[in-house]
Design a protein around this ligand. Sequence first.
Ligand code: SF4
Length: 377
Amino acid sequence: MLKINAIKTRRKTRSIRLGKLFIGSEYPIVLQSMTNTDTRDVEKTLAQIRELEEVGCEIVRLAVIDEDAAQAIKKIRLETKIPLVADIHFDYRLALTCLKNGIDGLRINPGNIGGIREIDTLVSAAKDLGVPIRIGVNSGSVEKDLLEKFGGPTPEAMVESAMRHVGLLENRNFDQIKLSLKSSSVLDTIIAYRLLAEKCDYPLHIGVTEAGPGYRGVVKSSVGLGILLSEGIGDTLRVSLTANPVEELPVAWELLRSLGLRQRGAELISCPTCGRTELGLIELANLVEKYINEQSQAFLSSDLQAFSIFSNMKIAVMGCVVNGPGEAKEADIGIACGRNKVHIFRKGKIFHVLRNEEIKNEIIIGLLKEETALCIK
Ligand code: SF4
């Protein structure tokens, strides 16, 4: 029988090294975010980096806007192990300071940092230290002559702009390159990455920029990134939201899980609720989600095997006797809420029945923890 895969094989890329991570088609897709604290405020920035790590961020980008921010990198680097990328515009001297201060990666466009001498100096410093450079072309940063040639910041213009910057690095025998092309238009982003994917074999960082707050950003990012990932394009990614960056990671992880690419913690299946819903199911589902996140983090820092088993589990929270028991039975752990009765399943069998006053969220979560431990054993 013909087997149809929903996801194409990853586009083949060369590999680059970013701190302790390797990036490219030989390695898992890596999740990135960006701090929105003032990088010069070391304590606040470190606090946000730790929050980002807790929700599964694997690369942190920081804006380096002046010499003080470049100097702050030294202290930040000493206090965290996560790979750090300095985002720098125009001033190659800031990039040199960041390199001296232990930065793992640079996000800078070599065509915008000065003349031949400046590019030579920066590229040779990055090469000596084995630090990769991400070239990031946004629709707003396309050069004037390309805007005229293509009649605006079209996907073709963005790709040509990116390849110009690539040329500046390749001419200096530098190949530790990652590329990104971002537009606030989802369709332009998709077309641009498709074109770029055919032009080179460097790893690609994918994202939809300026996607917006809340549901708007989530939908635009999910559609854009989901389509690219399903075509095998993308080696690192960021879901950009106009929000606390910590909110980006759960979306990014769910996106990868829904495409079967990576998981972090158990899958939560919960019914949308309707007129048949018997209990405060929305509150219970939120508590189960909180439990999954906390438990994932705990396993990650203590027991990687348990983390891996937990990440392949399904936990179902269902609101009535119609679909509830069926769905709950299919999951590793199922909570099926009926009238004055809650059934808790493990691997399809009922292990607990709560009645009337026993039906309390803290009791249900307590039993969920017990059942998780039994599944992991
Ligand atoms: Fe409604 Fe039951 Fe379906 Fe939940 S599982 S949406 S309560 S029918």
